[in-house]
Design a protein around this ligand. Structure first.
Ligand code: SF4
Ligand code: SF4
Length: 388
């Protein structure tokens, strides 16, 4: 057979080494290298199922590529390719680590449950110095002050833009970035959120039938500048029109689930913040008597994923509290009592992590419910509660 193939294909161009092969050990030659790298991702089979889930897939790397590069780095190390290893490691900082949102979406599609975000968090955490961790802890302890400071900066930035032109802050921060590359670049979409003090005065019902409403720190900090378009305002309107009693705690300033620290790998600061948050939720909920709703899905997810970080006491508290995100709040507390004017079913995008399917779009003005039109397209209704 080899001879016949030799006549027909003297230069061995057709399927070299396939079927007709001179090596008895062909079945174990040229195997793809899968060196052991990190326990979080070693079971990856590089199937790519996770890739379409990753928000950074069009910017830098997908989860599969993040893992492949870790393996390539290990191979280069074994082969003594120090220069290439160093170069690739430098590129991995931005492409692999800095641009991972650590949202764990990759795990929802992975056949072997790999959450590449967990690896990224650990790698980030290992890079932090004692000083960096100390600063993060200080920020966590003084979070209320930091939020006020950032809010002040947002207001000042918008004010300066109004005076010197709408490109002023962008140019100004771009200039600072030349000296301090990590300095955040201004975007004209940045606005300080309106104060929630008025809503706190309006919703202070602590009766057992009320629901504790926690505007997440990010929603207290930024969002629509006009209070009539802000998420908390919509939330309040829906509750009022549905006859649901809300309780927005007066001492909410500085409270945070700690995700901001957890995603950056600042474990100490995260531990402190999430434990503090659970203690506050326990008090606000009347020791689990009232359900709690937080208007940011990822904060709820962070809290529900936190038991490994909590003290024994807080773990028990968490078990005995009902913590909902907005879509669940709508489903369990509003939809059963709201009049329906139109029902056209489809599956929307948000909050799939919590309840399988997210079914609702809401019209707060009429307090009526619309189901989005049937379609296989991505969500058309826009973010729930978004202003219109
Ligand atoms: S889906 Fe899982 S196994 Fe497949 S490439 Fe992604 S991380 Fe690897
Ligand atoms: S955790 Fe990172 S790798 Fe996984 S989907 Fe999110 S951004 Fe992509």
């Amino acid at each position: 057979m080899k001879e016949i193939k030799g006549y027909a294909d003297p230069n061995n161009l057709l399927n070299p080494g396939v079927i007709i092969n001179e090596h008895a050990d062909a079945h174990i030659r040229h195997l793809k290298k899968l060196p052991t790298v990190e326990s979080e991702v070693d079971t990856c089979i590089e199937c790519g199922f996770c890739e379409h889930k990753c928000p950074s897939r069009h910017l830098t790397l997908t989860p599969r590529k993040r893992i492949v590069v870790r393996r390539a780095l290990k191979s280069l190390q074994h082969e003594g390719e120090g220069k290439l290893h160093k170069e690739l490691l430098q590129q991995y900082q931005y492409d692999g680590l800095d641009t991972c949102a650590v949202d764990g979406l990759c795990a929802t599609a992975c056949p072997v449950d790999i959450d590449t975000g967990k690896l990224v968090k650990r790698l980030r955490s290992e890079k932090h110095s004692a000083f960096g961790n100390g600063v993060a802890k200080w920020i966590a302890r003084n979070f209320s002050f930091i939020l006020s400071l950032v809010k002040f900066a947002l207001r000042t930035g918008n004010f300066l833009n109004r005076i010197f032109g709408k490109k002023f802050m962008f140019r100004f921060t771009k200039m600072i970035r030349k000296i301090i590359p990590a300095f955040p670049l201004w975007s004209n979409h940045l606005h300080a959120a309106p104060s929630i003090k008025k809503l706190q005065r309006l919703h202070k019902d602590k009766s057992p039938h009320s629901i504790v409403y926690i505007p997440a720190c990010i929603n207290r900090l930024m969002g629509e500048a006009k209070s009539s378009q802000h998420v908390s305002k919509h939330f309040s309107e829906v509750a009022l029109k549905s006859g649901i009693k809300l309780y927005i705690p007066a001492d909410i300033a500085g409270s945070c689930c700690g995700q901001i620290f957890s995603s950056k790998g600042y474990k100490g600061a995260y531990n402190f913040k999430v434990n503090q948050f659970i203690e506050k939720l326990w008090t606000w909920s009347g020791e689990g008597e009232r359900p709690v709703v937080i208007d940011f899905s990822s904060c709820v997810y962070t809290v529900l994923q936190s038991p490994g970080t909590l003290t024994d006491e807080n773990r028990e508290r968490l078990k005995n509290m009902q913590i909902l995100e907005t879509v669940q709040f709508i489903k369990y507390h509003i939809l059963p009592i709201a009049p329906t004017i139109e029902k056209k079913k489809r599956n929307c995008c948000a909050s799939g992590l919590f309840d399988g399917k997210n079914e609702y779009a809401i019209d707060t003005r009429g307090c009526s419910w619309r189901f989005c039109r049937g379609s296989s397209d991505p969500c058309k209704c826009g973010m729930l509660w978004n202003g219109r």
